[in-house]
Write a protein that binds this ligand. Structure first.
Ligand code: ADP
Ligand code: MG
Length: 366
């Protein structure tokens, strides 16, 4: 196993497009690191540079102690699993898994042992003699993982490996891959555009946007302490409410003014942003930090209910006031008497809110 270090990585494609703008990242030995971000943010490009499938325009990549910039993919000690699995259609499952070992002239006994061990781990022993077209999507996916395992790589690289599976199977494979990681204790770098997948699988998550790292941290730290508006809006489902506003000082208390609504900030938040009074900001509050009821500390809003989405355990209640659109996540029993078109009082838990600089979008309230 090995750590992976990216130092000042940039990528300019031959057509002149700059896809990666200076990435610095240390992935620890044995860590499950997830790259997450919207489509086109350069997750695959970055992963492919680690794999050696794309040239590095600037900077250096280390796997273990070795700089690998000029080392071909096959000598980097990595194994990659792609979204489309890239199995050889004319070979059986067994032959697909054996392929890279044959090239490396691994003795036949050892090869057979490795393939059977991996097949057992992934529950594909029954299908070793089948061709890929005779397998379900989930089985093909496991063969692709098996082919990576038998190589004993120092680092596993996954590029959206679950995207082609249906929702239920995806959840199942998510758990299987997490178990596999525990078992192999291998360094894994996993690319996905799905923040739920990132949150549930990653030891740490690297959130990317437009070829840059927005924040690297554990799932819970990203959720509770987003460094900027992008991470705040990207991590969490449904997304954090983000509303344009302005900071005001009234008798020493700091308020956020949004349209006709004024919400008082608790001291813990106010003290950090006192110097910004009068400035435009983004106010952020998660749907789960809004509840029904009135509050004497003046953090309540009288909203008109627009749409209610019942999820079973919870309900998403969309309401508006003075042109502000807000969504609250409520216990479904609490919201059972609400009706679209009616007015209701909502309380914002201001201890949990975030204030972002309007221009730099950095979080001012941490
Ligand atoms: P992601 O995997 O996050 O969806 P990619 O790494 O595939 O993003 O792409 C990042 C950016 O680089 C995108 O804007 C994409 O259009 C661009 N890009 C990808 N491959 C090439 C290429 N071969 N030539 C030029 N631009 C490319
Ligand atoms: Mg991609």
């Amino acid at each position: 196993m090995a750590k992976v270090v990216l130092n000042g990585i940039e990528k300019v494609y031959p057509n002149g497009f700059k896809a990666v703008h200076g990435i610095d990242l240390e992935i620890k030995d044995g860590e499950f690191m997830v790259f997450v971000g919207p489509s086109g943010c350069a997750k695959s490009t970055t992963l492919r540079m680690i794999a050696g499938l794309e040239d590095i325009t600037k900077g250096s990549i280390y796997i273990g102690e070795k700089q690998v910039n000029d080392i071909p993919p096959k000598d980097r000690g990595i194994a990659m699993v792609f979204q489309n699995y890239a199995l050889y259609p004319h070979m059986t499952v067994y032959e697909n898994m054996a392929f890279s070992l044959k090239i490396r002239k691994v003795p036949k006994d050892l090869m057979d042992k490795k393939i059977r061990e991996a097949a057992k781990m992934l529950d594909i022993e029954e299908v070793l003699q089948r061709k890929p077209k005779e397998l379900s999507g989930g089985q093909r996916q496991r063969v692709a993982v098996g082919r990576a395992i038998v190589r004993d790589p120092q680092v596993f690289l996954f590029d959206e490996p679950l995207s082609n599976l249906d929702a239920k199977l995806r959840v199942h494979m998510r758990v299987q891959l997490a178990q596999l990681h525990k078992r192999l204790k291998a360094t894994m770098v996993y690319v996905t555009h799905d923040q739920v997948e990132a949150m549930t699988m990653g030891d740490r998550i690297c959130v990317m946007n437009l070829g840059r790292i927005m924040q690297v941290d554990t799932p819970l730290n990203l959720y509770h302490y987003p460094a900027n508006k992008f991470v705040a809006g990207f991590i969490g489902s449904p997304a954090m409410n983000l509303i344009e506003g302005e900071l005001m000082n009234k008798n020493g208390n700091i308020f956020v003014k949004m349209g006709g609504i004024e919400l008082i900030l608790p001291f813990s938040k106010a003290d950090k942003i006192r110097a910004r009074v009068g400035k435009r900001i983004w106010f952020g509050i998660r749907p789960e930090h809004i509840c029904l009821g009135e509050d004497e500390s003046a953090a309540d809003v009288n909203g008109r209910i627009d749409v209610i989405e019942h999820m079973g355990n919870e309900s998403l209640v969309h309401f508006y006031q003075d042109g502000l659109q807000v969504v609250a996540k409520l216990d479904s029993m609490d919201s059972k008497d609400l009706k679209p078109g009616e007015q209701s009082a909502f309380v914002f838990n201001m201890e949990k809110c975030h204030i972002f600089d309007y221009d730099s979008e950095e979080n001012l309230s941490l």
